[in-house]
Design a protein around this ligand. Structure first.
Ligand code: ZN
Ligand code: ZN
Ligand code: ZN
Length: 344
């Protein structure tokens, strides 16, 4: 019966189905299976992902087909745009970095003189500790943000900017998380799902966010040593030292020890550069894309020699600011997959 349907109608039916049912339905009909899956029709899948979810981006190692049938595609932010939110192709990167510099210097001054005047470029003399920079292509408006991400209670200028322009994706700079991407339309941080313990995270959204964080941290490290650079490192070290020493959460997540010791060196040495991202592949014999279940953990790992254990809070921070290359492994995953015994 399906075979008699015109292609356009069949496409609309597929758009109505949950992502996990696409493959089972297609495999019952030879004509459409051959048209879409067998011929690796990426244009078709790209169109389906866009029509159904309004998504224009994906992780480079996923095909549009893999994204369309993944169980996380429906959770991704549709306001991120592959073209206009590409950090490496901004129309005016100098303006972006000068806005970022204003915000860092302002936060730095707030620490020392809470009642001081804001520098030019900052919207108002608010003592908010959160700022946002609009990431809409070519916009880069900077403004004070809401407190603890509750725009209804404390609307700041960057939230008003979102309401009047419908620009949704913002770089937030705050004491709480240092820097992160926030979507006002989805009302949540991007590329970050809280606990860090779930096995399947939308790898594509995480990838888009990581592009930004790495672009910013890389550029600040290579740009001239001006006052915004100093303020950036001062604030960043302060925040990371507090996270390292915090005993609020038990250490449960495995982190490559080589990276960890390089990071501790950065925190304790004012002239040191921050390390790049932790390459967790050392901890695996075989590595899947995003889930520890698809990977094989090396059974001969030794605590403190190959890996250290960190809290969820610290792990999530490192994941966002530095980007972690590889799936998340916590003590629970290790117990399921290998014979490693962790004494902590
Ligand atoms: Zn969104
Ligand atoms: Zn804007
Ligand atoms: Zn303001």
């Amino acid at each position: 019966m399906l075979t008699n349907l015109p292609n356009e109608i069949f496409f609309l039916i597929l758009c109505q189905l949950p992502s996990t049912q696409l493959f089972p339905i297609l495999s019952t009909c030879h004509k459409f299976y051959s048209l879409t899956v067998e011929h690796n029709n990426e244009a078709f899948w790209r169109c389906l992902v866009y029509t159904k979810y309004k998504l224009s981006y994906r992780h480079p190692s996923l095909s549009w087909y893999q994204l369309a049938i993944s169980d996380t595609v429906g959770q991704m932010c549709p306001h991120l745009d592959a073209r206009s939110h590409d950090p490496w192709h901004q129309p005016d990167p100098d303006r972006f970095f000068s806005q970022l510099g204003f915000v860092f210097s302002h936060l730095f001054k707030l620490r020392h003189h809470p009642a001081g005047d804001p520098p030019s470029g900052i919207c108002c003399s608010s003592a908010y500790q959160t700022f946002g920079i609009c990431l809409n292509s070519g916009c880069n408006v900077a403004g004070c943000g809401d407190v603890f991400f509750e725009p209804q209670k404390h609307p700041g200028h960057i939230y008003q900017h979102h309401q009047s322009t419908k620009h949704s994706v913002v770089l937030k700079i705050s004491d709480l998380t240092f820097i992160e991407l926030w979507c006002y339309a989805c009302n949540r941080p991007l590329g970050y799902w809280g606990s860090g313990e779930r096995n399947s995270l939308p790898a594509s959204e995480e990838f888009m966010v990581r592009q930004w964080i790495q672009y910013i941290t890389w550029s600040l490290n290579t740009r001239a040593m001006d006052s915004s650079f100093t303020a950036h490192h001062y604030l960043r070290r302060q925040w990371e030292q507090r996270l390292l020493l915090s005993k609020a959460q038990p250490p449960r997540f495995l982190l490559d020890s080589r990276w960890f010791y390089a990071w501790v060196h950065y925190l304790s040495t004012p002239t040191a550069d921050p390390p790049s991202f932790p390459a967790q592949h050392r901890l695996f014999l075989k590595q899947g894309l995003s889930s520890a279940n698809e990977s094989l953990i090396n059974p001969s790992l030794k605590l403190n020699r190959h890996f250290v254990l960190v809290s969820c809070q610290l792990y999530c921070y490192i994941q966002r600011i530095y980007g972690i290359d590889g799936p998340t492994i916590h003590k629970g995953t290790v117990a399921l997959h290998t014979d490693i015994t962790i004494i902590s």
